[in-house]
Design a protein around this ligand. Structure first.
Ligand code: SF4
Ligand code: SF4
Length: 473
């Protein structure tokens, strides 16, 4: 029985409800009156339910799809402006006891190089990341109670925050580790993490169990209910995601929105971010064996529909996607991207060569340096942002959401983006990037609506040229 407020996975992600949603979507995919009604609701910025959004996903009427794209672009501009927040993943350990069939870290893979960073190696990795200009990391580790216990993760977070190299600092550590206990989530919260991210992989229970044949991750309910435990442990920013390609994308899309609705209904705050990874080639993983792969067109449609369905939720796209795909979906609602990522353990301080036995989790499509990514974003008139202000000002969970819903966040994000970009340009950028960036900052300062905020931002940007750092609104 579907029950959005139930704490049981099979009730808030009810298979019956998803099947009924898909049937409803099929029955109404040409129902222009209903489609117009749904788009009109989205225009009022009220978001969409999983049923409404699923009708639009099933709809193939070109003019209606164009309306969805136009609306997604508009909402992106209104809520996020033209800033794009940058981050990098940091792989701590690829020891893993699980048997996920789509990931090369699965326990049965005996030939992949297993690595776990020591604290000294973390210092090297983080120094290399700071030297690129990164301020925000997402740490990743396989599930292994012996090699990667929570104490190890906590120690790593502590080390990362403590490294101050030249003007560098990691100001926000987001965490992507296996589902765990309320007690462990509480410890992560105390370690001052930003967002806790856990991909569902697939919401389809039977497929989930087949794709995770062994290990603790096999338990669908324990995995699916993890975000409720995280919130119970005090983490109020959580990030959802599915691995598109494993199951039918329409099923996953409905499940993803149902999960968001559940968090909002139970905890009063929806997901902070949604990630949209697609399955990629890696070591012994061939994506073509998964027959639910989605085309770039469907991928773009999903991004646009997420944007209009949950307008206040950030959307993340990684270097799994090529430059061309990233260019296509950025205007449709993506608010965060990774840049210059290494998906192997220890890959920043000592990049792996082709001859090495790779320890990467997936092949990176976008191989550019951070400077190239920053330069590319600015040439498309985006403001690359290294902002971490909200979490450090305690604007998390519902406090963040209410700011966002009132569009107040634009009064913070825009100047914060410009100030952190200025830091990047001063400390890490190439001459060409610096030149483009300085001109962009000058132009964009004019766009800060509040004169007082504009004046203070100008002063801070001047102070950054004089060597001061870490200003924020
Ligand atoms: S997806 Fe995560 S849990 Fe599964 S094998 Fe890979 S690292 Fe382990
Ligand atoms: S001000 Fe807050 S919401 Fe805006 S970019 Fe910074 S951290 Fe993100």
């Amino acid at each position: 029985m579907y029950n959005v407020t139930s704490l049981k996975a099979e009730e808030f992600i009810s298979d019956e409800e998803i099947q009924a949603t898909l049937a409803y979507a099929d029955a109404n995919k040409d129902n222009v009156a209903l489609i117009d009604e749904i788009i009109a609701k989205a225009k009022e910025r009220k978001g969409l339910t999983h049923r409404e959004a699923s009708v639009l996903l099933a709809c193939e009427i070109p003019e209606k799809i164009d309306e969805v794209y136009t609306l997604a672009e508009q909402l992106k501009k209104d809520y996020y402006g033209n800033r794009i927040v940058l981050f990098a993943p940091l792989y701590l350990s690829n020891y893993c006891v699980n048997g996920c069939v789509y990931c090369p870290y699965h326990a049965k893979n005996k030939h992949i190089a297993r690595k776990k960073l020591t604290q000294e190696e973390i210092v090297k990795e983080v120094t290399a990341l700071q030297d690129m200009g990164h301020k925000r990391l997402a740490i990743e580790a396989g599930e292994d109670p012996v090699n990667n216990p929570i104490e190890y993760i906590l120690e790593c977070i502590h080390t990362i925050y403590s490294i101050k190299h030249k003007n560098g600092a990691i100001r926000r550590v987001n965490v992507n580790i296996a589902a765990t206990t309320v007690e462990n989530y509480r410890k992560l919260k105390e370690a001052e993490i930003g967002t806790y991210i856990l991909f569902q992989e697939t919401y389809h229970k039977k497929s989930y169990e087949t794709l995770h044949p062994t290990g603790p991750k096999h338990d669908y309910a324990y995995h699916t209910e993890a975000m409720d435990r995280a919130m119970e442990g005090g983490i109020d920013d959580v990030g959802l995601g599915v691995l598109f390609g494993l199951e039918m994308y329409r099923y996953e899309f409905a499940g993803l929105l149902m999960h968001a609705e559940h968090l909002e209904a139970v905890h009063g705050v929806g997901p902070h971010t949604i990630s949209v990874p697609r399955i990629k080639h890696a070591d012994d993983i061939d994506p073509s064996v998964f027959d639910n792969g989605i085309s770039d067109d469907i991928f773009a449609k999903i991004c646009a529909l997420i944007r209009i369905s949950v307008p206040y939720t950030g959307m993340i796209i990684s270097t799994r996607e090529s430059q061309a795909v990233r260019e296509r979906v950025l205007p449709l609602g993506v608010s965060q991207i990774s840049g210059a990522s290494r998906t192997s353990v220890g890959g920043y301080a000592e990049p792996e060569t082709e001859e090495d036995v790779t320890s990467a989790q997936f092949d990176v499509s976008d191989q550019r340096t951070l400077d190239e990514v920053v330069n590319w974003l600015m040439k498309m008139d985006y403001i690359p942002s290294f902002c971490t202000a909200c979490y450090r000002e305690g604007r998390t969970g519902d406090r963040f959401m209410s700011l966002c819903k009132n569009m107040q966040i634009l009064n913070c994000c825009h100047p914060n983006a410009l100030m952190t970009l200025k830091e990047y340009l001063e400390d890490y950028a190439s001459e060409e990037t610096k030149k483009i960036g300085m001109a962009l900052i000058e132009r964009e300062l004019e766009n800060i609506p509040n004169p007082k905020v504009q004046r203070i931002a100008r002063e801070h940007i001047h102070d950054i040229s004089e060597g001061k750092r870490d200003f924020r609104f």
